[in-house]
Design a binder for this molecule. Structure first.
Ligand SMILES: [Zn+2]
Length: 181
C-alpha cells in the first residue's frame, strides 16, 4: 500500500502518490459527510459538502506545503518531491543536499506556518464578517478555520514524533531537533 507512484514533474518537483491517498480521501469524505448530515440533516447537502470539505482539506495541506516550498526556493535549497500519502503530503528535499546551516533548516521548517495561519484567517473572515448564509456553509467554514488553525498551524508545531515515536516528523520535530544549535 505504501508504494509511491510518480505521475509527473511540475514546478521543479516530482509528484507522486500512495494508493492509500485515495482511501484516505474517501474516508475523510465519508467522515465529513456523516458530520455534516448530523449538523444539517440533509443527505445530498452532506454528501456534496463532504466532498467540498475533503477538497478544502487537500487545498489547505497543499498551501501549507507551498509555504515551505516558497521559503525553500528563497533560501536557495528547493524541494524535490511532493508525495500524497494518506491525508497529508510529504514534501521532500534532495537526498544529495550538502550539509546546510541550521538557519536554512529552521527557515524552511517554519515556511508552512504563515501560509496555514493565512488560510485560517481567511476562513475567520468568511465566518465572522461574511456570515455564512446556510448551516452547511457555516459548518464548512468552521471546518476550514479549525483545521487550518489547530492541525496545519499549531499541530504542525507539535513535535509529535519526538513525543510518541510514531508517524512522521512534523515541522515541530525538525525545530526541536535544531533547538539550541
Ligand atoms: Zn509544515
Amino acid at each position: 500500500m505504501t508504494k509511491t507512484r510518480f505521475f509527473g514533474n511540475w514546478c521543479g518537483v516530482d509528484w507522486g502518490y500512495w494508493p492509500l491517498a485515495v482511501w484516505g480521501s474517501l474516508g475523510l469524505w465519508a467522515v465529513l459527510a456523516g458530520w455534516l448530515w448530523w449538523r444539517v440533516g440533509d443527505v445530498p447537502s452532506a454528501v456534496a459538502g463532504g466532498f467540498l470539505g475533503m477538497s478544502l482539506h487537500w487545498l489547505g495541506e497543499a498551501l501549507h506545503q507551498a509555504g515551505h516550498a516558497w521559503v525553500a526556493k528563497r533560501v536557495g535549497y528547493p524541494q524535490s518531491r511532493w508525495i500524497f500519502l494518506h491525508l497529508f503530503i510529504a514534501a521532500q528535499y534532495p537526498k544529495d543536499e550538502p550539509a546546510l546551516p541550521t538557519a536554512v533548516h529552521r527557515r524552511r521548517a517554519l515556511g508552512g506556518l504563515p501560509a496555514s495561519l493565512l488560510v485560517s484567517a481567511l476562513a475567520a473572515v468568511w465566518l465572522f464578517l461574511l456570515t455564512p448564509t446556510s448551516l452547511l456553509w457555516l459548518a464548512i467554514a468552521q471546518f476550514v478555520f479549525w483545521e487550518n488553525l489547530l492541525l496545519f498551524s499549531l499541530g504542525a508545531l507539535l513535535p509529535l514524533y519526538t513525543i510518541t515515536g510514531m508517524g512522521f516528523e512534523t515541522d515541530g520535530d525538525t525545530l526541536w531537533r535544531l533547538r539550541g544549535k
